[in-house]
Design a protein around this ligand. Structure first.
Ligand code: C2E
Ligand code: MG
Ligand code: MG
Length: 275
């Protein structure tokens, strides 16, 4: 089977090979069971203020340990979950799990926040959105404790119903971040038409921040857009001190990336703010 160990220790399957279809079939078949037999886990990547490097919260990232295939990256199984609508129960599981974790952690650090990724498919489903709101309301969490991240490329074509659902999520107390900003076909259109509270800059821009001056100029512009629209702005994929220095000079408010902390288990995450 065409596979090797990826950067994060995941199995990477090469599309094009016959094995790819087998794997995709296996993923699709086994994803149901992943949810019911505790094969899914959340890892948490810390987010810091750029200026003071103070921990402000974590992004919850899904991990799947498949009994035969080992660790499978969300980049591989989330698209399958989206095609099969399994993203709805999986997304609810993630939100429930992350909320419970945050309730527990806030007893130690009361101002901690959590970000949860939301698929565009979830936004298309009105009942699913209502259940998410019910999960938040059933928890003792405060307004603004949970931010939902929507990846630009996963956003449905704008329709009034999507905008209204986002507004309902905001009114319920969620914050809304536009993830991977700058990768979609209509980044500014999304900002203009949907009620986001934060922008997360796509890590490709951060990656080239040193070698390409146009990349720095684009980031400066994104920070200016965020300021003009009164939105928060996070840089993701920060991998060096040098990148952090430039982002700090530009005035990006939050940072996240391997240089500051990789996605880690709940216990490791807790150790970060318990000391
Ligand atoms: P994302 O939301 O943009 O998450 C950031 C991804 O970048 C994560 O990959 C993280 O491990 C990785 N990363 C963090 N710091 C760095 C860095 O410094 N350099 C580099 N090169 N990468 C870094 P991961 O965990 O594999 O997740 C991939 C994507 O899968 C996420 O991208 C998100 O779109 C999706 N995803 C993960 N969990 C969920 C979930 O619960 N629900 C949904 N709908 N999607 C999820
Ligand atoms: Mg994200
Ligand atoms: Mg991203």
């Amino acid at each position: 089977q065409a596979k090797d160990k990826g950067k994060n220790g995941y199995c990477v399957y090469h599309p094009g090979a016959a094995a790819y279809l087998d794997t995709r079939f296996m993923i699709e078949n086994d994803l149901h069971e992943a949810l019911t037999s505790n094969q899914l886990q959340l890892h948490y990547q810390p987010q810091f203020t750029t200026s003071g490097r103070t921990l402000v919260g974590f992004e919850a990232l899904l991990r799947w340990h498949h009994p035969k295939l080992g660790w499978i990256s969300p980049a591989e199984f989330i698209p399958v979950a989206e095609d099969t609508e399994l993203i709805i129960p999986i997304g609810e599981w993630v939100l429930e799990q992350a909320s419970r974790q945050l309730v527990e952690w806030k007893q130690v650090k009361s101002d901690l926040k959590i970000s949860v990724n939301l698929s565009g498919q979830q936004l298309k489903n009105e009942a699913a959105i209502n259940r998410m709101i019910a999960i938040l309301h059933a928890s003792p969490l405060a307004r603004g404790d949970i931010e939902l991240e929507l990846t630009e490329s996963s956003l449905p074509e704008t329709t009034e119903s999507i905008r209204i659902r986002m507004q309902l999520l905001l009114e319920a107390g969620f914050l809304l971040a536009l993830d991977d900003f700058g990768t979609g076909h209509s980044s500014l259109f999304y900002l203009h038409n949907f009620p986001f509270t934060r922008i997360k800059i796509y890590r490709g821009f951060i990656e080239r921040i040193k070698s390409r001056s146009d990349s720095q100029a684009l980031i400066r512009t994104m920070v200016a857009i965020a300021a003009a629209l009164d939105l928060g702005i996070t840089a993701q994929g920060v991998e060096s001190e040098e990148q952090l220095g430039i982002l700090s000079a530009i005035g990006c408010d939050l940072v996240q990336g391997l240089y500051l902390g990789e996605p880690m288990s709940a216990d490791e995450a807790q150790a970060l703010f318990e000391q």
